[in-house]
Every structure is written in C-alpha cells, then in structure tokens.
Ligand binder design. Structure first.
Ligand SMILES: Cc1cc2nc3c(=O)[nH]c(=O)nc-3n(C[C@H](O)[C@H](O)[C@H](O)COP(=O)(O)O)c2cc1C
Length: 276
C-alpha cells in the first residue's frame, strides 16, 4: 500500500480486544523488522515482542504511557537502542515503520511513551537487552473499529504553519510548492503522529533542501527528538513517492550557521536536511 494512503488514514487505537495476535501475524511483523534500517545505521537496536499484555499490563502502570497510564493491549513491542548521537530519531524512524506495517496488516497500534525505565519493568517484561528503552507500541485487534478507515480524526496544523520559505516565519509560496509537486506531499507528511499531538515540527524550504526543525516549550527534548525521527520517515517516504530522489543529511554537527542563515530561533533543534 502506498505510504500516503496509510498515513492519511492512520490513527491511534486505545481500546483493544482481549485476544492476542495470531502467531503467524506476530511472526510476519517480526520478520519485517529483521531487515529494517534507520537513517543512522551504525546504531544497534533491539525489539522485544511482549505477549499476554492484558495479564502483564499492570507492570507498565506508572512507567509507560501519558502520566503513567498505559493503554492496555494484548501485545506490545518494546524498542531498545544503543545510546549514541541521533539514537532517538533513529529509533522512532524505525518504530514508525513497524507501526505502518502493522496498520497495513490491520493491526491496531498506539505509541506509548516511557516515563520510567527501571529494572522491575524490564524484569517483569523479560526485557534482557542492554540499551535505552525508547518507547512501547501497543498492538492488537481494535475493539469496535478497524485501524485503517478512511476518516482521520486527529487535527493537524495548516500547511502555512508547518513550512516556511527560506526564512523562519516566512509564508510558503503556494505557486512554488505547487509547481514543484510539494503541496500534495506536504499535506500527507503533516499527518505524522506526535507526542500529545503537539506537532512540534517546522520545515524550511531552502532551494533544493527541506530543513527539519523541532521545538515546543511544553515538551522534553527526548519527546521532541522522537517526533523528529517519525517526521524524517514521513518526509523521506512521501517525497520518494512523488519521485524525488531524496537523501538525508542528519546534521548531527556543523549546523550552527543555519540558525543565522534562516533566522531559526535558538531554542529550536535543527534535526537534518532532506536533499530533494
Ligand atoms: C512519541 C509518541 C509518544 C506517544 N505516547 C502516547 C502515550 O503514552 N499514550 C497515548 O495514549 N498515546 C500516545 N501517543 C499517541 C499520540 O497521542 C497520537 O499519535 C496523536 O495524538 C495523534 O493522534 P493519531 O495517532 O490518532 O493521529 C504517542 C505518540 C507519539 C508519536
């Protein structure tokens, strides 16, 4: 299925049937995971697939989910990453790919934030891998409605608050976006999920580059950078579908001059530049 169709219609599921995913389904999802790579492919990561979520779910209480209230689900995926520069973006890029694969398989999903990673949580869920526990994904069959339905409900910011033309705050040139085939792509890219639906992304169009930044006073850096990785995936895949031969420059270093050149506020993180 095309990415843009998946993205337009994806939504978080928080109400699951008490029925585990069939073994074959879990295997299909996990074998998809085996070949996945993130934008920074020298970072090791592990995925732990958790069964019997309804019985084990109480171990997540106070540690996972907004305010320590996890969504209860029959299965979970826990994502563990080696801690290196860029690991949060790398992790969420990969994890959202898994989410989209699950949605394509008509499995309901919901991202869950980790608010307290401790030994008890790991022991109770048999997570043995070393590294940072980045996030959980709740998985299962949705109660009531399927995850992939043609009416997306969560609101998204308008295009002119999402992308600037060259300089921070400068409205995009509609004709330019149209003539470069970017309007439609950007419409879909905006559908990315984010922590508390804060949509902390701002893009700057700089001739042949789209610079991705994230910032939001009410968010921690960890959540901002996780949202950044999801956006990296959406920008890359949707623009590829539009025929752009895109490649990421993850800009872990040497980005200081971009703040001045594009008048980007200093509190904003510059995540990377996608060459179009
Ligand atoms: C990094 C991240 C963390 C999230 N954490 C939680 C969470 O802990 N609990 C929850 O119910 N939803 C969580 N969500 C889901 C978002 O609230 C949801 O994606 C957003 O509100 C947009 O809604 P939609 O996914 O239905 O389009 C998280 C999403 C992301 C991207």
């Amino acid at each position: 299925m095309r990415y843009r169709t998946l993205l337009e219609n994806r939504r978080s599921i928080r109400d699951f049937k008490n029925q585990s995913l069939k073994h074959e389904m879990a295997m299909e999802l996990m074998s998809y995971v085996e070949d996945l790579k993130g934008p920074l492919d020298d970072i090791d990561f592990h995925i732990s697939f958790i069964n019997n979520g309804f019985e084990k779910g109480h171990h997540l209480d106070g540690k996972v989910g907004y305010g320590g209230f996890p969504v209860k689900a029959p299965n979970y995926i826990a994502f563990i990453s080696e801690e290196k520069p860029g690991y949060l973006q790398n992790s969420s890029y990969i994890l959202e790919k898994i989410v989209l694969k699950a949605i394509e398989m008509e499995i309901g999903t919901c991202w869950l934030s980790v608010i307290k990673d401790d030994l008890d949580l790991r022991t109770n869920l048999s997570i043995t891998e070393k590294g940072k526990l980045v996030a959980f994904i709740a998985l299962g069959h949705p109660q009531g409605h399927v995850p992939f339905t043609p009416t997306s409900t969560s609101t998204r910011v308008p295009l002119n608050e999402f992308i600037f033309n060259g300089i921070w705050g400068q409205k995009p040139m509609v004709e330019e976006l149209e003539s470069r085939g970017l309007t439609n792509a950007l419409y879909h890219i905006r559908m990315a999920p984010s922590w508390q639906n804060r949509q902390p992304w701002k893009l700057i169009l700089d001739s042949d580059k789209l610079i991705l930044t994230v910032g939001n006073n009410a968010m921690e850096d960890k959540d901002l950078l996780i949202d950044a990785g999801i956006m990296m995936l959406y920008m890359e895949e949707i623009l590829k579908e539009e025929g752009y031969p895109v490649s990421w420059d993850a800009l872990l270093e040497g980005k200081d001059n971009l703040y001045e050149k594009h008048k980007i506020p200093s509190e904003q993180h510059i995540v990377g530049a996608l060459r179009l």
